[in-house]
Write a protein that binds this ligand. Sequence first.
Ligand code: GLC
Length: 748
Amino acid sequence: MTNRANRLAACALMVAALAYGLPSRAHAQMGASPARPWMDKGASAEVRTQRLLAAMTLDDELRLAFGYFSADAPWKHYRRLPGGIPQSAGYVPGNPRLGVPALTETDAGLGVASQPGEHPNRATALPSGIATAATWDPKLAFTAGRMIGREARDHGFNVMLAGGLDLVRDPRGGRTFEYAGEDPWLAGTMVGAEVRGIQSNHIISTVKHFAFNDQETDRTRLNVEIDPLAGRMSDLLGFEIAIQEAHPGAVMCSYNRVNGIYSCQNPWLLDTILKGSWGYRGFVMSDWGGTHSTIAAANAGLDQDSGYPFDRQPYFGAPLRKAVLEGKVSRARLNDMAGRILYSMFANGLFDYPVRAGEPIDFAADGAASRADAEAGMVLLKNADGVLPLAHSLRSIALIGSHADAGVLAGGGSSRVYPPEGFAVYDKTVPNGPLAYLRSSPLAALSSRTRAHLSYDDGADIRRAAQLATRSEVAIVFAHEWAAEGMDDTGWLDGDQDLLIAAVAKANPHTIVVLETGGPVLMPWLPAVQAVLEAWYPGNRGGEAIARVLTGEVNPSGRLPLTFPRTLEQLPRPVLDGDGKPDGRDGPVAVNYGIEGAAVGYKWFDRRHLEPLFPFGFGLSYTRFTSSDISAHASAGGIAVQFQVRNVGAYAGAYVAQVYVSGPTLAHWPASRRLGAFEKLELRPGESRQVRLQVDPRLLAVHAKGGDGWTISAGEYRVVLAQDEATPVAAVSVRLPAQRLPEMLPVP
Ligand code: GLC
């Protein structure tokens, strides 16, 4: 859009918003009254929805289907809406006459985010989504979600655009840091827990981006080609599990096309699967600029057009009214659109617990929750000669690179959170930036936890850094790879950090690398260093979290939620599809997910007999665990597994029990072994515990081709207890009968 068009659109936006009624005192006094039977808290969400719909006019219903972007966005000449609305990604005006609250929508899965502008919302920054997934602890994910959801509420937001769980089909995906890895069971379970935590604050959360938005290059032009069955058993299975676990109030459809049709007007995705097979009762909102029509989108299952003026036209504004009046979108369909939105609002408490901006936030307590998440998600990848935890006797330690004296890296894009303490580094010159380091210094945190003399070098001069390493007993290189929405990574560390690490390791054999990355990176220097800790983007208490793990205050317990490849040639697409031309100017860019189909991540490596650098589920500890006495039997359509785990080392620590399954059903299915169940448990030195896990039947089955439900073939199924996907510890076989399973199974 031209600048003039943008300004005109922005003016139209303000006029429209004023016409629709901005927040006022009336909103704050919304509450039950005889004239409003829908405010009866004793009635079900369904009944309340029907009562309210009965009182609505055509325009009342239309008002719900059209959302605005309400933030200062200089790069698009957008201005936030007048009337005191919190600066936010989305705004759907309320309806004072009927007591319908406005929808105030904030990003995202890492905390209350803000657009880069003068007055951002101040909030606690969680570690990245991949870090939370690396905790393999749904309870921690729930706690993290509950915390950011409460901060959203305290800012006056009643919708949180979180729940990113597109599978990591390529580790270079620019939003890998926001997502939950490569396995549908782990991703669906972890994101489902976080979304449940967010919604526990009586606000709506989303899951996104539905579906197959698995790379950023040309994200609005991609046409994802994938066999429907393979889709159901990979990306869509992750969404099914998260939706079943958390009942998110909304699902956000994605920018890309799937098999030729934009996701936000794709009947197969929105109607056949989401609302049909899965019986989803909430509403589908578009991504910002993801709507491309009025009639096709409404009739395919899109319920709300988000973020105007990101779209080329106000598709669900006046054009939708015209389409309904002309019968091209039925009144019943509009009723369904409005009904789904109202149902989610009733079901999640938006009417009964209206949010109010300006509530106090306990940033100390919330920062502690962020730090706990970061610590539990850090993955110890190498620890030769037990160089970690750092010895108390050390007298000199060099810290090198990545602003380790001042802060820790955060990812870029709509998920960026602006903590109350601001940033240590905020570089607006970076393409797709700003690039930000959160103000949480590993150097400061370490200095209060060691008697050693600490020196810092920024790593800009490799020779100088190597000289400092020579003069120190231990050298710790903090290495970064910055990732951001809207662009994919290279798979390598930024700049010449590989050379820096190699030079430091040559200068000092006791070299440790701390990675601050959005996802996997290649490590040509790995043999030369003694230890590697993957810290991901560790949130606004990340410097402390890193120091507590390095010094042994915390025993690292993270496990990889995705495979680290040895080379890019091992990947299904060694060169990412797409040409990176400006979005929207040219035709669709084909990306063929049929290469790997449902064999995403470790399943691809297994199928191709490839050895990764680090396998899915990998992670070391400062202590050691043994497991024994595994047994398993058919149960509830799946398999029940039990075994003993003992901590045989000197440190307390957390063990991640992982069970992988394979069997005849899978023999002819490309994906051989699959994660069937997992549990994280804390054990003191010497403590042992019996673990009982239940394998969800869908992980033993193949989805019905072209229809609903799952099929398990009769035969022997192998159940493997493993340290990680590539390291079996014990195995048993279980005989299962042939079974047909319904689509949506009760959550085990
Ligand atoms: C962005 C993202 C989406 C975000 C939305 C609102 O383009 O794709 O994740 O929630 O717009 O900022």
